[in-house]
Design a protein around this ligand. Structure first.
Ligand SMILES: Cc1cc2nc3c(=O)[nH]c(=O)nc-3n(C[C@H](O)[C@H](O)[C@H](O)COP(=O)(O)OP(=O)(O)OC[C@H]3O[C@@H](n4cnc5c(N)ncnc54)[C@H](O)[C@@H]3O)c2cc1C
Length: 466
């Protein structure tokens, strides 16, 4: 059995540079340049379009279409390419961009017909009827209709009565079909495509890259993953709703990860299955193991009792950027966990202890009640073994009249006053904040932090749902 390679982060004692450009800003700039490539190519190829409105609309269409293709790598789990390696950020942006693009593509035919409508109703109705009856526009019409339905399905994902896995499969198949129809449309009908076959090469190239990415993720990558199976070494229900699962590699391959990262865990026995769930890695109790603390929330996580020791499982990862790399220059660190969000925090704390980090480290760990807290003994012990660590356990439901309550327990919810007690007054701008938990808790905590004057580059978070 091998020891998983835990990559350690060096500590640099320096203050945060307020002029430092955040990674996300650099990524946004890189994506912007990617999106304007077809527009720039159209200019270089000297493709002339008559009229200011048409020229403007064509430029926006080109940028929107490249942004559409960008959605595939953004959500595509491609670690080796730095531009797409930050999967949390990528998926967040994928969700935002996807909605904007949905609105834009919905407006696309309206914007094309708008000048006719402004000139005369007769002109507009002739153009409208010829558009919807034209064989030539069939691919565009189908793409437009499918896009409207699939974007709505994404926005309403949590309200649809289907499992996440079914939704994800439909999402990938649906958008692959939309990409095919849209590429056919722009290369045969689009104002650029029909005039310049050279230019069409760009769209077919982007289309091919996106489809290859899907084949890679669903066919090729699982073949590699299959060659490095893991086996479950420990399954235990540790409280009323949380499980501790440990897995160990069955080959000599060690997973190199940084504490705070996560993997997609597939316990179906089939490496090609789409049933795989993201869980943060917590160092296993024994050498060679990867551990997970899993809260029973939905259909999969409520059936963990079916897992058996020795069962083969597969791991895709590691992913994620909730690591200590983000706080190398911070003078202090506050970790804020809600429910299952304790998993990456425990991992970070174990690393901070292992490297005897001298900085002030604080943990606010919130749960509905005391019975839902995990690893409390270890957290309290860390206060003794680490040079400057303090933990507060925050419970929504707590009998405040119980005098035997340990001093770490605080009733209520995470609020500004509690967060304020974690940092050194006057040094707030040099502190780093890590948040992990459900969506509502992340946005409430981020608002508290902003109100305390903490800036976005100081905040690192992971939302426990994609
Ligand atoms: C980066 C990350 C790290 C996580 N780490 C932990 C952890 O350490 N411990 C823990 O208990 N939970 C963790 N989660 C949450 C965990 O992945 C979900 O609770 C679990 O997948 C829910 O599956 P379900 O079938 O039980 O519930 P469902 O009711 O099917 O899903 C609930 C929600 O979880 C999300 N989800 C479900 N399946 C997937 C999937 N395959 N991929 C992505 N999102 C999905 C969806 O938003 C869905 O709406 C993490 C989530 C993310 C995104």
């Amino acid at each position: 059995m091998t020891t998983p390679t835990v990559t350690k982060t060096p500590i640099h004692k320096a203050s945060i540079n307020p002029l430092q450009i955040p990674k996300s800003a650099k990524l946004a700039v890189a994506y912007f340049f990617f999106m304007i490539v077809p527009f720039v190519m159209a200019q270089l190829l000297g493709m002339e379009i008559e009229g200011l409105y048409t020229r403007l609309l064509s430029a926006v269409n080109l940028v929107a279409m490249s942004a559409f293709f960008l959605q595939f790598p953004l959500a595509g789990r491609i670690k080796p390419l730095p531009l797409f390696a930050n999967i949390d950020w990528g998926i967040t942006k994928h969700k935002q961009f996807g909605q904007y693009l949905g609105v834009f593509f919905f407006l696309h035919p309206i914007l094309i017909l708008l000048p006719k409508a402004m000139m005369s109703f007769d002109d507009f109705s002739v153009s409208f009827v010829s558009a919807i009856t034209s064989q030539h526009l069939l691919t565009g019409m189908l793409a437009w209709l499918a896009m409207a339905v699939w974007v709505l399905m994404s926005v309403l994902k949590d309200k649809l009565n289907i499992t996440y896995e079914t939704w994800r499969l439909l999402h990938v198949i649906g958008f692959s079909i939309i990409a095919t129809l849209a590429t056919l449309h722009i290369t045969t009908v689009g104002s650029h495509g029909q005039y310049n076959q050279q230019f069409n090469v760009i769209w077919w190239l982007l289309y091919t890259v996106c489809m290859t990415l899907i084949v890679y993720n669903y066919v090729i990558k699982p073949r590699f993953i299959k060659q490095h199976p893991y086996a479950i070494s420990h399954v235990e229900k540790i409280n009323e709703c949380d499980w501790q699962i440990n897995i160990a590699p069955t080959t000599s391959n060690a997973l190199a990860y940084q504490p705070g990262q996560f993997v997609w865990l597939n316990t179906t026995g089939n490496p090609y299955s789409v049933e795989q769930h993201p869980f943060s890695i917590v160092q296993g109790a024994e050498q060679g193991q990867l551990g997970f603390i899993i809260r029973a929330l939905g259909d999969y996580t409520s059936s963990l009792e079916q897992l058996t020791v020795g069962q083969t499982v597969f791991v895709d990862g590691p992913y994620g950027s909730l690591t200590l790399d983000q706080s190398q220059l911070a003078s202090g660190i506050t970790l804020i966990a809600g429910g299952a969000g304790i998993a990456p925090m425990l991992s970070l704390l174990r690393q901070l202890e292992a490297q005897q980090d001298p900085r002030p480290i604080r943990l606010l760990y919130a749960n509905r009640n005391q019975a839902r807290m995990v690893y409390v003994d270890e957290l309290v012990e860390l206060e003794k073994s680490m040079s400057n660590f303090k933990v507060k356990l925050i419970c929504e439901q707590l009998n405040v009249h119980d005098e035997s309550l340990p001093r770490h327990l605080v009733p209520g919810l995470i609020n500004q006053t509690l967060i304020n007690t974690t940092m050194t007054t006057g040094k707030e701008s040099q502190w780093s904040f890590y948040i992990c938990g459900p969506k509502g808790m992340i946005s409430a905590t981020t608002t508290h932090l902003h109100q305390l004057g903490i800036t976005q580059p100081q905040i690192h978070f992971e939302q426990l749902a994609f």
